[in-house]
Write a protein that binds this ligand. Structure first.
Ligand code: BGC
Ligand code: CA
Length: 421
């Protein structure tokens, strides 16, 4: 090798090495970048479980205002709950002639409650009771307490209602409802719901004409345990793929809370805050790639620092369009450039890795959006009951540029905030 050639080669190698070092600096050292920003100033998104008092439902504004880069992403719980109630009522009206299985003039339903302290669960219980007329109000609010069993209609947290359809009057009764919490404390528990229905049906099965659930995980467990074989319409919430698929086999219907929009929003607000651009970029305001959402799928409530996706009812009339629950939402499916949105590291947890909705619908969507948004997300799964297990895994916040938190209990924000202060 001649000397000149060698010198040129050496220079080339050095340039290359320098190039690598430079590019490492830009994109592969989130720890350093993250280190430069104090944890208390990093973007934070609460999602799926809104920081709030689990007894009163009042929002935890301190958590929602942790810093000026803090947001909540969820969906409109009341609009969805009213929609679920309406969906069940519409079904009942359309099929009333065949609904009363034992012919006693009473349409009996049972209700699976997810978590008595979770605002979505409370809203759905209220939505069903309001639509069916079984709600009881106290001090201006509809009670959402479980009734236990109410086969004779004597309960006080719900009431029998009367509806007239085609000149005939029917009584509607909430025969039973309970929180589906397992023995170790995990809520929204599908297996518990299946077992509860089995025990209800063994004592008053012929009185049950409708099965309603606060979510699809529990709804499908009940459908599979009993209602499918007995042709009893069963309703859920979430539009999980298995529930949508089951509509052709007699599952009554479900509600899509637009997980495809929520998963995007969860990561998009972090992305925008990291890039220092307007928080609405790529949301209700188009970004440079053309990603944008419309007002019929999302709304922003500034005083609550919250983006809420809107819900859609899914029944036998339209279920075929919703069979793929983990498909990226087309209007926000365009890849961001690494130039404007360099790679960043995100810490994200799921309160319960066994939660059907989060694990089968939400997380697969997040995994698609994290690529499109150039975010390296580390996913941590909890057991649904021990907040400390999750909090402990946030032991090293310096290593991350942003955080996405799904609390076990909506009132536990302080334990996370403590670590970021
Ligand atoms: C979903 C439930 C889920 C819960 C978890 C709700 O929005 O509908 O299926 O279990 O979130 O927090
Ligand atoms: Ca009956």
């Amino acid at each position: 090798m001649n000397r000149k050639f060698f010198a040129v080669l050496l220079a080339a190698i050095m340039l290359l090495a320098l190039g690598f070092a430079g590019c490492n600096k830009d994109e592969a050292t989130p720890a350093e970048d993250g280190g430069a920003v104090a944890n208390k100033d990093k973007p934070l998104v609460w999602y799926n479980r809104q920081p709030s008092n689990s007894t009163t439902g009042d929002l935890d504004m301190e958590a929602l205002n942790f810093n000026d880069k803090t947001y909540y992403v969820g969906f409109d719980a009341n609009q969805g709950a009213d929609l679920q109630g309406q969906m069940v009522l519409d079904y009942l009206k359309a099929h009333i002639a065949d609904m009363d299985r034992n012919g006693d003039g009473i349409i009996g339903y049972v209700l699976a409650i997810g978590d008595i302290g979770h605002n979505d669960s409370i809203a759905r219980t209220r939505g069903i009771r309001k639509a069916l007329g079984t709600a009881v109000e106290q001090d201006g609010t509809v009670l959402s307490d479980p009734v236990g069993t109410n086969v004779d209609g004597s309960a006080t947290v719900v009431q029998d209602s009367e509806i007239e359809i085609d000149g005939k009057t029917y009584i509607i009764r909430e025969l039973a409802s309970q929180e589906m919490k397992n023995s170790t404390g995990a809520t929204w528990d599908a297996a518990t719901a299946g077992n509860a229905l089995s025990s209800w049906t063994s004592s008053f099965g012929d009185q049950i004409d409708i099965v309603v659930s606060n979510n699809d995980g529990m709804g499908m467990a009940m459908f599979n345990a009993w209602s499918k074989d007995n042709n009893v319409p069963t309703f859920g919430y979430d539009a999980n793929a298995d529930a949508v698929e089951a509509i052709k086999d007699g599952f009554g219907g479900t509600i899509s809370q637009h997980a495809d929009v929520q998963a995007y929003l969860t990561l998009r607000v972090l992305r925008n805050a990291l890039d220092g651009v307007d928080i609405d970029t790529g949301i209700l305001t188009p970004d440079s790639e053309g990603n944008v959402l419309s007002e019929d799928v999302v709304k922003y409530v500034a005083e609550e620092r919250s983006y809420y996706a809107l819900n859609v009812a899914i029944t036998a009339d339209n279920y075929e369009e919703f069979l793929d629950s983990t498909k990226v939402y087309e209007p926000v499916s365009k890849q961001l450039s690494e130039e404007n949105s360099p790679r960043k590291k995100v810490w994200l947890n799921i309160y319960n890795s066994a939660d059907n909705f989060l694990s089968s619908t939400y997380v697969p969507l997040l995994e698609k959006y994290d690529d499109l948004l150039n975010l390296d997300v580390e996913y941590f799964g909890g057991d649904g009951q021990t907040e400390a297990n999750i909090v402990n895994r946030l032991g090293n916040p310096d290593q991350y540029d942003a955080f996405a938190i799904n609390m076990v209990k909506t009132d536990n924000s302080a334990s996370y905030i403590e670590l970021l202060k």
